[in-house]
Design a protein around this ligand. Structure first.
Ligand code: NAI
Ligand code: MG
Length: 793
């Protein structure tokens, strides 16, 4: 034993283990295995058990069953049975349960922290100071939403039974992020923890029994990917919420395509950590510690790509190397450790394989000079230098404590590098100049941006990704909306198939054509364009006679239109006031041509009340003009001394597929909210009544809508919809067609995980503002970016 004098000399840390005797006793009592938690009771564990390993000691600490389809079925049945009563409780009554959960988590904070550390390998410092306090905060916050749900979300109702699948990197915190909003909104839940880390979910189930949560409201089924797939695919699940890898997110998107299940995906990331030369470099170095060495780097939003401005790069990397030397890796229950064990030996070999790939591709790996424990899944922290964007390690999630680095010269270059990834979960920006920091925050494609900080979370701050990091938000008001539904989403008779199937052969029937032949073209990049295939189709009017020809767009036309939309980037940058003016102008121009549009609608046979449809379209343009500068984000109360802003950002290019019914009103009911918020659209007009769209070209041209902001195509709905769904430069897609078409669109959208919105082939009454207009359209036309800005010294 070293003397105090020796210790004062060396300043070495002594061991400071957190006691785990209570947790061990708890585990010993459950050594035979823990069952699923279904309908308020634990099932018998059975024989098909998964061994739960403490990755720091390699000891088996418990056993849980692998859920079968029968188990999933029982859990879903329990959740379904519990739903009516739970949903019918007053907000106050549900709030009382959530409050009790929060209080009990707090009372068992130490127990949960120790258990989580043993199961996952993360340090006690983190479970004690971050994971478990955030869990309690999440239940408190959502006790509040339960209380307020009727006041704050009028007309909304619970989605129903929610299937929730979570990963192993923040086991109890991810459970809280899923369960709290679901219960607050009146849903019931079937949740699957990760098979690597099921223990705190078991303890949570016991806590639910303790507080007397009604049976069946929360059900927990253990198991691996197969069990997860059984939950996602279960016919009686109304919503799937998933956090995990992008690959599995894609599998689930395809699996449930067309089912009508609501879906939120929180997936992987390769988040940039941007250091400008005017940054507080020491602060930024500490930032890296929290960005990539926090939680062993097993963080979906880890700052895993460090981008440093050239002038300070050398100094920064030197400081980083120095700081890295002081990191302590070892027993996660030791209170002085910075880094614990990664979650499993398998994950460790995955990390190591990627590090080898990085070296083989020419990068230099700088590793902390630490001595790793002999046993357990420990990985030395480090960072690569000499990495380029093309390197595997710059593109793929390492999900371990190692970052890549690159340098840049200008702000523009930083933006380009930051966005040079398929992901878009988070970003950190370091600069003492608030103008530059906010400019970067605005230009980075990410759902969360931390300025002079990193990995900050709060229950009130929406969290979630852009692009292939998924869609949907967790936390705050946006998070609640993921667990609420509108009655309009359920109504409606099935939509009939389009009356008109495009025919390109000469038409031999009767014609009622204008004196001088009009050839409707497509509208791409602000110009009328001949269809690429050089084909048109005959449009049939009210009395079965040909009334004209419309352009028959093909895949190439879709690609041209997406390209034109991609160039019209200015639209997202103009003020809401500017966009409002343009929409008012559009209404004005439509108003001047009322008679012409009414006559065309009447001739098409699509609209029994043609004049009314034109009038309602003009009103709709007014409504979205009004919203263009009012559908705002918010400043949210999160941590002290932080301004946390939520900004409603446009997606970029959106695809829109309009239905046959009310062909003018429905088309503009879809286009207007999208462009009001700054998106560019490629819209496919009604297949059967395309000539209405063709008449819009001139209105668009005279309304000061910049070229490329609205592109209109006519032709075969589902051929064009598929190309839009598959296109990587289309970020969101709204589809109003058939049920099968919706399934096709959702499956095809899995490539870049675009956000989709579909009515699953159900008719909407577009004249009714409750169905055809509203904040829901605006909400679906933007993605929330959460920007954290600290203040004070
Ligand atoms: P994973 O995505 O396979 O696992 C996450 C959860 O999904 C687990 O509960 C798992 O049982 C479940 N699951 C797996 N396949 C499923 C399916 N077909 N249907 C429904 N549920 C399914 O992640 P894994 O394999 O544990 O880790 C591999 C890599 O994924 C990591 O190295 C990391 O790069 C990434 N990852 C990202 C996470 C994030 O939060 N963004 C979390 C976990 C992993
Ligand atoms: Mg484990």
């Amino acid at each position: 034993m070293p003397s105090i004098k020796d210790i004062m000399q060396t300043m070495e840390y002594g061991p400071a283990p957190e006691s785990n005797s209570e947790v061990r006793a708890w585990l010993d009592q459950r050594a035979a295995g823990l069952g699923h938690f279904i309908n308020g009771k634990f099932t018998a564990p059975g024989d098909d058990l998964i061994e739960v390993v403490n990755p720091a000691t390699e000891e088996v600490m418990g056993r849980v069953p692998k859920g079968s389809t029968a188990d999933v079925d029982a859990a879903v049945r329990a959740a379904r049975a519990a739903l009516p009563k739970w949903a019918a409780l007053s907000g106050f009554e549900r709030a009382r349960y959530l409050y009790a959960i929060a209080r009990h988590i707090q009372k068992r904070e130490r127990f949960f922290a120790v258990l989580e550390t043993m199961d996952n390998g993360k340090t006690i410092r983190e479970t004690r100071d971050i994971d478990i306090p955030l869990v309690a905060r999440h239940f408190y916050h959502h006790a509040g939403w339960a209380e307020l749900v009727d006041d704050e979300f009028p007309d909304h109702m619970p989605v129903g039974v929610c299937g929730q699948i979570i990963p192993w990197n923040f086991p109890l915190l991810m459970l809280a992020w899923k369960v709290a909003p679901a219960l607050a909104a009146g849903n019931t839940v079937v949740l699957k923890p990760a098979d690597l880390t099921p223990m705190t979910a078991c303890a949570f189930a016991e806590l639910l029994m303790e507080i007397g949560l009604p049976a069946g409201v929360v059900n927990i089924v253990h198991g691996d990917g197969e069990t997860g797939a059984a939950i996602a695919g279960h016919a009686d699940i109304d919503k799937v919420a998933f956090t995990g890898s992008t690959d599995v997110g894609r599998v689930i998107r395809r699996q449930i395509a067309g089912s009508g299940k609501k879906l939120s995906l929180e997936l992987g990331g390769k988040s940039p950590f941007i250091v400008l030369e005017d940054a507080d470099l020491d602060g930024a170095v500490e930032g890296v510690v929290d960005a990539i060495w926090f939680n062993q780097g097993e963080v979906c939003c880890a700052g895993s790509r460090i981008l440093v401005q050239e002038g300070v790069a050398r100094r920064f990397f030197e400081k980083l190397a120095q700081r890295m030397k002081t990191l302590r890796v070892g027993d996660p229950l030791d209170k002085t450790m910075d880094i614990g064990a990664v979650v499993s030996k398998k994950q460790l070999s995955r990390i190591k394989a990627l590090l080898e790939t990085g070296k083989a591709e020419g990068a230099t790996l700088n590793v902390a000079p630490v001595e790793l424990p002999k046993r357990g899944a420990f990985c030395a922290p480090g960072f690569f230098t000499g990495t380029a964007s093309s390197h595997t390690v710059s593109q793929v999630e390492i999900f371990g404590p190692v970052a890549t680095t690159q340098t840049f010269r200008t702000l523009g270059e930083a933006v380009t590098l930051a966005n040079d990834t398929r992901y878009g979960l988070a970003a950190s920006v370091w600069s003492e100049n608030v103008n530059r920091a906010i400019e970067l925050a605005a230009r980075v494609k990410a759902g969360v941006v931390w300025i002079n900080g990193t990995n900050m979370f709060d229950a009130a701050a929406p969290f979630g990704g852009y692009r292939e990091s998924g869609f949907g938000r967790e936390g705050g008001r946006s998070g609640m909306l993921e667990y609420l539904a509108l009655p309009a989403d359920r109504k409606g008779k099935p939509r009939p198939a389009p009356a008109l199937v495009p025919q390109v052969q000469p038409f031999t029937g009767k014609a009622d054509l204008p004196e001088i032949d009009i050839t409707a073209k497509l509208y791409i990049g602000g110009k009328q364009a001949r269809p690429d295939g050089g084909q048109s189709y005959t449009v049939i009017g009210k009395s079965g006679q040909a009334i004209g020809q419309a352009g028959l767009a093909n895949r190439k036309d879709v690609r041209n239109a997406v390209e034109a939309a991609g160039k019209a980037t200015g639209w997202g940058g103009v003020t809401g006031h500017n966009r409002a003016q343009v929409l008012y102008y559009l209404a004005e121009n439509l108003s001047q041509r009322r008679a012409e549009f009414a006559a065309a609608l009447a001739a098409s046979g699509a609209s029994p009340k043609a004049e009314e449809e034109v009038e309602l379209t003009i009103r709709r343009a007014f409504w979205y003009a009004a919203q263009a500068d009012k559908f705002d984000g918010a400043v949210t109360a999160t941590k002290s001394r932080h301004v946390t802003m939520t900004v409603n950002e446009p997606f970029g290019t959106m695809g829109i597929v309009a239905p046959d019914e009310a062909p003018l009103l429905s088309l503009l009911s879809l286009i207007l909210p999208a462009i009001a918020l700054g998106n560019r659209v490629v819209a496919v007009a009604s297949q059967s009544h395309p000539l209405i769209a063709a008449r819009l070209y001139q209105v668009l041209e005279t309304s000061d809508i910049p070229g490329g902001v609205v592109n209109l195509l006519t032709g075969e709905r589902d051929v064009l919809a598929r190309t839009l769904a598959e296109h990587d430069d289309v970020a969101a897609l709204w589809y109003c067609g058939s049920e099968e078409g919706a399934a096709m669109v959702e499956a095809a959208s899995a490539g870049n995980l675009k956000s989709t919105w579909s009515d699953y082939g159900k008719l909407r009454d577009w004249r009714d503002p409750k169905q055809g207009q509203g904040r829901e359209f605006l909400r679906r036309a933007c993605q929330v970016k959460t920007i954290w800005l600290p203040y004070g010294e």
